[in-house]
Design a protein around this ligand. Structure first.
Ligand code: ARG
Length: 401
């Protein structure tokens, strides 16, 4: 029985997504498979990938450059929310999924497909992100996930592909599972599955080993307008260029490596290595600028929102009503988050060493311990009396009981 007639398949050029093409056609009775490869800045050559889909049996092979939208609407939204899953992972992989889901749905509409498909297995987070995003954007569309059901080992998958003329993968196969985009790289599997094993230096591409970093610090000024990074060292840059340039500076100084065991949505813990040079620095710098420009209560309240927002992204709920509501909160808080943060890069550290803003709430004449102090010291006494009153009363009562 046919599962669908016409399917738009998210395509990466790898073994699994390539094998999905004949599998959908021959096992699941799909008439026509249209593949869609998203250019998220993964640095792959997309023309061979486009061609490979056709050789694997796709009727139409689409390649879409979504880098600009990815950085502007997804990565920079995350920066405004200072997103770090489990306080560490800046969500570089997770952020791409809702965008891929969106263009899959758009292509399905354009080509009149009755289903979309992806090559995710049943163990990861990405299947959840795709399925839930598609359900949110197009509740009527079916989602097919052959790799979740076919139960083939890696070797069997390759053998199945060979039966239909799918030869060696476009990319040289590596012992690791790597996801890559403009924001960084996520690396797992192979020897990294031993959580005690230090990652070998060879896995890193975007970040230098400390031993190879310059012996002099590099200073970089990052300018934000309403929470969005817009310039680097005084030079206005479009989103992609800004991220690329900052990746080079931060990565060149060994900044942006994360080695963590994280809690996946499906209940499994996994050990993942991330290289996220620019995104890590942008979040740290943005947070610093918020400290300068937001009131204490908004700053503190926003921390809780940020944690929820990070989880929503990780857990595939980008298009959920709660995420939309939190977007409104975050947008409102960013109106005065404009200014410049100076970052010093040196030997694996990105240290914020200066910040300034026309909206700074930091006021030297209030903060100073030198001449010109305009803080009313005497007023502190009455404040402390009132502030401490409940605690004083509690203590007095404690003595009588
Ligand atoms: N653990 C990360 C996430 O869930 C990355 C997943 C993809 N990782 C990979 N190495 N292929 O967002």
């Amino acid at each position: 029985m046919s599962r669908a007639n016409k399917v738009v398949l998210a395509y990466s050029g790898g073994v699994d997504t390539s094998v999905c093409i004949p599998y959908l056609k021959h096992e699941w009775g799909v008439q026509e498979v249209i593949t869609l490869a998203a250019d998220l800045g993964q640095g792959d050559e997309l023309e061979p990938i486009r061609q490979k889909a056709l050789n694997s049996g796709a009727a139409v092979s689409l390649v879409q450059d979504v880098r600009e939208e990815f950085v502007q609407d997804y990565a920079f939204a995350a920066v405004r929310a200072n997103t770090l899953y489990e306080a560490r992972y800046p969500l570089s992989t997770a952020l791409a999924r809702p965008l891929i889901a969106k263009i899959l749905v758009e292509a399905a509409r354009e080509y009149g497909a009755d289903a979309v498909a992806h090559g995710c297995t049943g163990k990861g987070n990405d299947q959840v992100r795709f399925d839930v995003s598609i359900a949110a954007l197009a509740p009527d569309l079916k989602v097919l996930a052959p790799a979740r059901e076919w139960g083939m080992s890696r070797e069997q998958t390759i053998a199945y592909g060979e039966k239909y003329g799918i030869l060696s993968p476009v990319k040289k196969s590596s012992p690791y599972s790597i996801d890559r985009n403009l924001l960084g790289r996520s690396i797992e599997a192979g020897i990294l599955e031993d959580a005690w094993q230090e990652p070998p230096e060879e896995i890193y591409l975007l970040t230098k080993a400390i031993a190879d970093t310059p012996n002099e610090p590099t200073y970089t000024d990052l300018h934000f307008e309403q929470g969005v990074p817009v310039a680097l060292d005084g030079e206005g840059l479009a989103p992609i260029a800004l991220v690329e340039k900052l990746n080079a500076i931060a990565g060149g100084n060994g900044v942006g490596r994360i080695d963590m065991v994280e809690n996946r949505l499906v209940g499994i813990k996994s050990r993942e290595i991330y290289e996220v040079p620019a995104l890590s620095v942008l979040i740290a710098a943005h947070r610093d600028l918020e400290s300068l420009t937001l009131t204490a209560d908004v700053t503190h309240y926003k921390r809780g929102i940020e944690e929820t927002y990070s989880r929503l992204i990780y857990e595939g709920l980008w298009y959920s009503p709660l995420k939309q509501a939190l977007d409104a909160f975050i947008a409102n808080t960013q109106q005065r988050v404009s200014g410049t943060v100076r970052v010093k890069f040196f030997k694996g550290n990105a240290t914020i060493v200066g910040r300034k803003s026309a909206y700074a709430l930091y006021d030297e004449s209030l903060s100073t311990y030198s001449e010109g102090d305009r803080f009313d010291h005497k007023a502190a006494e009455g404040f402390i009396y009132v502030w401490g009153l409940p605690t004083r009363l509690w203590s007095e009562k404690s003595r009588t009981i």
